[in-house]
Design a protein around this ligand. Structure first.
Ligand code: UDP
Ligand code: MG
Length: 327
């Protein structure tokens, strides 16, 4: 354990120009407080990762980096998605820090908790999870969908920390281990508990988004949840098998019933039952094919071994011009 660790705060940013000034102020303020308390070393920094924003996010990051050496910026060539952007920042920060804290740009996660993260780190924990105490400030839709997501994940056997998002501290050793996870569909919340290492939890209050709008519309949320389940669990595919077995058992009973009816001489050509069979079986088959297809799709993506992100620029590389435009 390092007595005064170099800490990197990694912040993925996608079209966050509205909230970035406030985020910079809050994070640097927190960093200053921690440095003066001698909780972290003076070389500690904030690393903003621009996840292919279309607005002025990168311009602001370059400006901040030029004005203050505690600010660094990493620009991805395109929108790689929250998890990949976060991962790219963690891998960049890992080489120049003892531990990293990941936090969203919108300041929904209370920055004051970082001090407690560091206390737990000093006690020898390699992973410190930030756990939300309550979700009072989220919309009820967001809250309910998130709760359903956690419940569903538990049913599907994925071990997640309840109410933990991506606000956490990771030691350099934990990050070294994280790098070994080569899967294409990154779902950090599911992977981090698999790393092992001693871990601790810190509770904090979830705040409202400081500015701007959510970058997680329903479409992205659903795909995030879907990825979480299909990347970590084969239970959906097993459910289809169970459904198949039950359908088979039911059809045995149906055949017995038909034979009995024939024996009783009361057979009426049944349009209804045929229609029901066609629809029910057709539906079951389609669902089954869909789930199998989902896994095959994943295999397809995995075998391609595509890079998860492409770095376009890093503010510490001295190849940029003053405005940072010609990286
Ligand atoms: N984000 C990103 N890439 C994306 C979507 C989001 O880097 O494609 C970042 C975003 O800038 C923010 C964090 O991920 O810092 C979480 O997004 P947001 O706060 O919009 O999600 P919510 O809190 O509404 O779930
Ligand atoms: Mg948010």
């Amino acid at each position: 354990m390092v007595s005064r660790p170099v800490m990197g705060i990694v912040v993925p940013c996608y079209n966050e120009e509205e909230v970035l000034p406030a985020a910079r102020e809050a994070l640097l303020g927190q960093l200053d407080a921690l440095i003066s308390r001698e909780a972290v070393s003076e070389g500690s920094f904030v690393l903003f990762v621009d996840d292919g924003s279309q607005d002025g996010t990168w311009r602001l990051i370059v400006e901040y980096a030029a004005a203050d050496k505690r600010v660094k910026g990493l620009k991805l060539a395109g929108n790689a998605g929250h998890q990949n952007a976060l991962f790219s920042g963690l891998m960049q920060a890992r080489t120049i820090s003892d531990c990293t804290v990941s936090i969203d740009a919108d300041l929904q996660d209370d920055v004051a908790a970082i001090g407690y993260f560091l206390e737990k780190y000093a006690e020898g924990n390699h992973i410190v999870y930030g756990i939300r105490k309550e979700r009072g400030t989220d919309t009820s839709f967001k809250r309910n969908s998130a709760q359903t997501f956690y419940k569903l994940m538990r049913i599907f056997g994925v071990k997640l920390r309840y109410n933990h998002a991506d606000y956490r501290l990771l030691s350099r050793q934990a990050l070294d281990a994280l790098e070994l996870y080569r899967e294409g569909h990154l779902f950090l919340r599911g992977i981090v508990p698999l790393l092992g290492f001693r871990s601790a939890e810190v509770y904090y209050n979830r705040l409202e988004r400081a500015a701007g709008v959510t970058k997680y519309p329903l479409r992205k949320m659903l795909s995030f949840a879907f990825d979480g389940i299909t990347s970590f669990s084969n239970i959906p595919i097993r459910l289809i098998t169970y459904a198949g077995i039950m359908t088979l058992a039911a059809s045995v009973a149906a055949v017995a019933y038909v034979i009995a009816s024939i024996a009783a001489g009361s057979v009426v050509p049944g349009w209804t039952s045929i229609m029901i069979s066609v629809w029910v079986l057709g539906g079951l088959q389609l669902v089954g094919i869909g789930v199998v297809g989902e896994y095959i799709g994943k295999i397809f993506m995995e075998v391609k071994r595509r890079p998860r992100y492409v770095v376009e620029a890093f503010t510490d590389d001295k190849t940029n011009d003053e405005n940072g435009r010609e990286f």
